[in-house]
Design a protein around this ligand. Structure first.
Ligand code: DSN
Length: 419
């Protein structure tokens, strides 16, 4: 793989090889990242890249659709089987696009939507003023209780009954706890709203049965196939049968044009693989590892938002170490541990500085780390936090991170190595 690029565009080839070096032995702990199996890399580069197509199986706008119809039908069936859904749209290019497809299906500009506040763990596309969702729709946001740092469902209910959104959205990018989808669904019903769950972060945990599923309660469920699903870089939407036609229309021509069939093939592989025992065991280990990492950090004086986690990530208040999220994220990146700065609920710092970091266990669990390594990583993170401006200490920690990362190196047999 990449043999041709190496010959025809060395500059580009070299960038990819430098990134390969970083990924191969780095300690990757960004909560939205994972490592895909080599089949995903192959499928995303397949000859389906060449095909342009609009419409849906059996109803296309371009000729030459017979094999693409087979592919899309297979992908839809696999998504439905994995999540127990009535209907699936597998054309969305990303999680943001998946949300846009739902909005296009059921909303008009100016309609009201209500989602979780970005600075409390929500997502840009759930109504942030910086995003199309906050510019196109009238928005109201809910957040977490100041005391428990968990979603304040009573407040959600009060706000929803006052604001009467047309769409209530659950789902988050930086929330370490289960979300009560049943309660949110019943609030949406009382308020006369559609109910959408953006499960992008936890979709793999849901597929593996280690996290409650929103499918029985939500009218629409959106997701990426990356993150904990650890597959294609794309999106999809599930819905109840009664909304199938609306969703398809919202996807095309509502929000998107032609599809990306090469990515659709990789999505189909992602859904099949998520049914295997090996994948389920990995997801179980992801949650165990996130819990152990949280314990390791707490034991060393960090404070965890909500005091722990139910899923693949911990949200860490770094103020007990007298540093900011930005300082810790930068120092960790220097030693080879990749996380992201993240605001914590009611954060006094702006987003680009933040009082916290978000740390995910998915990628390193896929590389084979278990609880014992989470203890080691917790210790290394603490050493970095306590020596964030001491370059000689950071250089020595970097050597130990490289040694640890090398023991869990990424392995794509006959892929890059075969050059
Ligand atoms: N939503 C962003 C994140 O969680 O990192 C990107 O997927």
């Amino acid at each position: 793989m990449l043999r041709s690029v190496r010959k025809s565009d060395k500059e580009l080839y070299d960038i990819i090889m430098r990134e390969w070096g970083r990924q191969k032995t780095g300690v990757e702990m960004i909560a939205s990242e994972s490592y895909v199996p080599v089949e995903i890399l192959e499928l995303q580069g397949s000859i389906f890249t060449n095909k342009t197509m609009e419409g849906f199986p059996g109803n296309r706008y371009h000729a030459g659709y017979r094999h693409l119809d087979e592919l899309e039908t297979l992908c839809i069936e696999r998504a439905k089987e994995l999540f127990g859904a009535d209907h699936a749209s597998v054309q969305p290019h990303s999680g943001s696009n998946a949300n846009q497809c739902v909005y296009a299906a059921i909303l008009k500009p100016g309609d009201r939507i209500m989602g979780m506040r970005l600075d409390q763990g929500g997502h840009l596309t759930h109504g942030s003023k910086a995003n199309f969702s906050g510019k196109t729709y009238e928005t109201m946001s809910y957040g977490c209780s100041a005391e428990t740092e968990r979603i304040d469902y009573d407040e959600v209910e009060k706000l929803a009954m006052e604001f009467r959104p047309k769409l209530l959205i659950a789902g988050a990018s930086a929330y370490p706890r289960f979300i009560d989808y049943e309660r949110m669904g019943s609030i949406a019903k009382s308020a006369g709203a559609y109910f959408m769950v953006d499960m992008a972060h936890v979709a793999g945990l849901i597929a593996a049965g280690v996290h409650p599923s929103p499918v029985p309660y939500a009218d629409f469920v959106t997701s990426t196939t990356t993150k904990t699903l650890a597959g294609a870089r794309g999106g999809f939407v599930l819905c109840k049968e009664e909304f199938a036609k609306k969703l398809d229309k919202g996807t095309f021509p509502g929000a998107q044009g032609s599809m990306h069939p090469h990515i659709m093939a990789a999505k189909a592989f992602t859904f099949k693989r998520a049914l295997t025992d090996e994948y389920r065991d990995t997801m179980k280990q992801v949650v165990k590892n996130a819990c152990r990492l949280g314990e390791a950090l707490t034991a060393r004086g960090f404070r965890l938002v909500t005091c722990g986690t139910d899923n693949h990530l911990v949200l860490v208040d770094v103020r007990p170490k007298n540093i900011t999220g930005l300082q810790l994220d930068t120092a960790l990146d220097y030693v080879g541990i990749t996380v992201n700065k993240n605001q914590i609920p009611n954060d006094p710092q702006p987003p680009m500085i933040s009082s916290g970091v978000r740390i995910g266990a998915t990628a390193m669990t896929i590389k084979g780390m278990k609880e014992a390594e989470m203890d080691i990583v917790g210790g290394l993170i603490n050493e970095v936090a306590e020596n964030a401006e001491n370059m000689s200490a950071l250089d020595s920690i970097k050597e130990r991170v490289q040694e640890l990362g090398s023991k869990f190196a990424l392995n794509y047999p006959d892929y890059y190595e075969a050059e």
